[in-house]
Ligand binder design. Structure first.
Ligand code: PGA
Length: 252
């Protein structure tokens, strides 16, 4: 059975103290997790190390929201995969729409970053998703396909075993406007079909594909109940103990 995952992307929120409190409370209130269920926390990098120490690396993991495509050196403001590993970060998000639109990360930068994460032995959480204009012009399949082809599908079959894909329609992020379970399922099935075409049946069946975009306690169960949705990448609701705990509970 492929992994079912509740991932909290905290973005630029929480201080070290808030973050530790949040993780402690969520762990306390979480149900007992099965072997196929995982909870991932993505705090700001200033407290990733401390949050990672609170995680058992069995069902609870911590990761970085971004990393550099370079190994080390004169890159002011950046953090490397080695630095993330050294503080027990196990996952890295690459290609979040905010990195693409606000920080101008393009296909080739994201490709380099994906490679770096995998070569470091970390799990890559690769984000894709279309804007509202792209959906309204019925271009959403092409956009997602291009994002995957240009920045992820250069990885080998073996490397793809360390990849989780997150489908996050940009128009649903932080807007309170969720894709309907049917719309999300439809894109997830499309992505899984691409995995089969590019790799094989095994990769297609085993890769977890998360939905992101205004996931909350009220809509998680129905979204996660779709055959090709394996959990969620959650922003706003991951900062609230009760909301996020309910989302964890909604994992199949
Ligand atoms: P949201 O963010 O849940 O606040 O919409 C999701 C994300 O950006 O990963």
């Amino acid at each position: 059975m492929r992994k079912k995952i509740a991932a909290g992307n905290w973005k630029m929120n929480t201080t070290l103290q808030d973050g530790v409190q949040l993780v402690t409370d969520i762990k306390k209130k979480s149900p007992a997790l099965h072997a196929h269920q995982e909870v991932l926390f993505f705090p700001p990098s200033t407290h990733l190390g401390v949050v990672a120490l609170e995680c058992n690396q069995k069902n609870f993991f911590a990761g970085a929201q971004n990393c550099s495509q370079f190994d080390k050196g004169a890159y002011t403001g950046e953090i490397s995969t080695d630095m993330i590993k050294a503080i027990k970060g196990s996952h890295v998000i690459i290609g979040h729409s905010e990195r693409r639109s606000i920080f101008g990360e393009n296909f080739s930068t994201l490709k380099e970053k994906s490679t770096k994460v995998i070569e470091a032995g970390l799990t890559l959480v690769f984000c894709c998703g279309e804007t509202l204009t792209e959906r309204e012009s019925n271009n959403h399949y092409n956009v997602v396909k291009e994002q995957l082809e240009l920045s992820l599908f250069h990885l080998s079959k073996e490397q793809m075993k360390m990849v989780v894909i997150a489908y996050e329609p940009v128009w649903a992020i932080g807007t309170g406007k969720t894709a309907s379970p049917a719309e999300a399922q439809d894109m997830h099935a499309f992505i899984r079909a691409l995995l089969k075409e590019k790799y094989d049946e095994t990769i297609a069946t085993q890769t977890s594909i998360l939905y992101g975009g205004s996931v909350n306690a009220a809509n998680a169960k129905e979204l996660f109940g779709q055959p090709d949705i394996d959990g969620g990448l959650v922003g706003g609701a991951s900062l609230k103990v009760d909301e996020f705990t309910s989302i964890i509970q909604a994992l199949p």
